[in-house]
Design a binder for this molecule. Structure first.
Ligand SMILES: Cc1cc2nc3c(=O)[nH]c(=O)nc-3n(C[C@H](O)[C@H](O)[C@H](O)COP(=O)(O)O)c2cc1C
Length: 437
């Protein structure tokens, strides 16, 4: 039997048009209504997952690329995941629900109060995926857009402020003694006065303290500053890294060092590696899919071009596939890292078709060249990650029942048989389940 690991699902398209652009997912669900997400959340809970993380971007992007984002629903529209969370809590009993939040969008007092309310409503199952996207700043105030590291500094001040408000009721402040009729002892509430660089507020918070811990803080940043933020603040870190032993161990060591530097224990942080597997019913089917991916047709390339256009805020869909990609079309606002990921090592003279074809290409799990394979092959990979000390994985895709079943139907029994996936939850909510093993 292997060591159990933690499992999360990343709802990669956010609270948006799940399945749009994929005719095979056209089941007539209405993505603006809760049912599709509730159905999927119940499936994840039955599978024994710890949590679902709901991606978000509050902005439709810069004025000249809005059409790119919405035309094929890559990147927008997105409704507010914080407000979806209660519907998912209501449909489940144990699953952690983790909406993405941006510190630019909420004042600390409002955030502390809303998150506290949800933590109580959900019996301590709330998590918060804290992201520091700065491009959406103009929607929230006229203040200057912060730089990369400064946005992390603000996030840290925001979270410190929220935590000081959550802790503004001392132990014993909540009395609830029916005999004396005393509900709470006001002398045990303190002001949590904060005057910082970005925020100024006074407490105490008008919400009762937690009985089973604070909402879990999740962070996805991979930069030096991002890892520092995780070390100091996070209960869960989302990792995007190659899945060979050296890379996995090195990534984990960096997070652990950051935790120790912040006076915490490595055991305080659950690291989940993000993976999007394609599970097939046989090795032969996997071979066929991988072979076909080397020769994508123009329709498949166009689908990739649309997603890249949204991510890069630059329209690639109108360009000639067989001419070199002129890099001057990318404005200064476009992330250099994203451009490098598109170009790879193919050089500036390569036609757009070559770049998109490279993105289309998949590989087999069995030889570690990609993520297409059978449930047994994928379970081998997860088991190997566990042997290297890994805490768990974050699978991702649309939050459509069909996507979930395609990925999980054969995988869950295999993982259960091997002892990698939990069969039972413990009481106490998300934090308790993250610490249960
Ligand atoms: C698994 C994963 C999930 C992410 N989810 C979001 C998200 O929902 N919203 C967002 O704005 N950024 C998201 N990001 C991007 C991160 O917030 C961050 O911008 C990116 O990792 C770069 O951070 P860094 O500059 O510290 O490396 C995600 C990243 C990863 C790896």
């Amino acid at each position: 039997m292997s060591r159990p690991q933690h499992f999360g699902w990343f709802l990669a398209r956010g609270f948006g048009p799940q399945g749009w652009g994929y005719p095979s997912l056209d089941w007539d669900y209405d993505w603006t209504r809760p049912e599709i997400y509730q159905e999927a959340a119940r499936t994840l809970e039955q599978a024994g997952f710890d949590l679902v993380i709901i991606e978000d971007a509050p902005s439709l992007g810069s004025a000249d690329t809005i059409d790119l984002r919405v035309r094929h629903a890559f990147g927008g529209p997105k409704h507010d995941p914080l407000l979806l969370a209660p519907y998912l809590f209501q449909a489940t009993r144990h699953l952690g629900v983790v909406p993405t939040v941006n510190p630019a969008a909420y004042l600390p007092y409002t955030a502390a109060r809303q998150f506290s309310t949800l933590q109580h409503l959900s019996a301590h199952r709330l998590g918060l995926n804290v992201v520091t996207d700065t491009g959406s700043a103009r929607h929230f105030s006229a203040a200057d857009q912060l730089g990369h590291d400064a946005a992390y500094d603000r996030a840290e001040e925001w979270l410190d402020g929220i935590r000081s408000l959550w802790r503004s009721w001392d132990q014993g402040a909540l009395v609830q003694d029916r005999e004396t009729g005393v509900f709470a002892d006001g002398s045990k509430l303190h002001a949590a006065r904060h005057r910082g660089e970005h925020f100024a507020f006074d407490g105490p918070l008008n919400a009762v303290p937690f009985t089973d811990g604070e909402p879990a803080i999740v962070s996805p940043g991979g930069s030096g500053r991002g890892l520092g933020f995780a070390g100091a603040n996070s209960d869960v870190q989302l990792a995007l890294a190659p899945l060979d032993e050296a890379s996995v161990r090195a990534y984990r060591a960096k997070i652990h060092e950051a935790a120790i530097a912040a006076g915490r224990s490595p055991a305080d942080i659950t690291i989940l590696f993000a993976i999007q597997p394609v599970i097939t019913s046989s090795p032969e089917e996997a071979d066929r899919l991988v072979a076909a991916s080397a020769h994508p047709d123009d329709a498949a390339l166009m689908q990739i071009a649309r997603k890249q256009s949204s991510d890069l805020e630059t329209d690639l869909t109108a360009l000639d596939l067989d001419r070199p990609l002129d890099l001057s079309i990318f404005g200064e606002h476009v992330s250099q890292g994203s451009i490098r990921r598109l170009i790879g090592d193919r050089g500036d003279d390569a036609p757009l078709r070559a770049h998109l074809t490279a993105l289309a290409r998949t590989g087999r799990i069995a030889d570690r060249s990609g993520f297409v394979g059978t449930a047994e092959e994928f379970a081998d990979l997860i088991e190997e990650l566990g042997d290297w000390g890994n805490d768990g994985v974050l699978l991702w895709g649309d939050f459509h029942p069909v996507s979930l079943h395609r990925t999980l139907d054969e995988l869950v029994p295999v993982l259960r048989r091997r002892g990698i996936l939990r069969r039972e939850y413990v009481d106490g909510g998300l934090q308790a389940n993250l610490r249960a093993f």
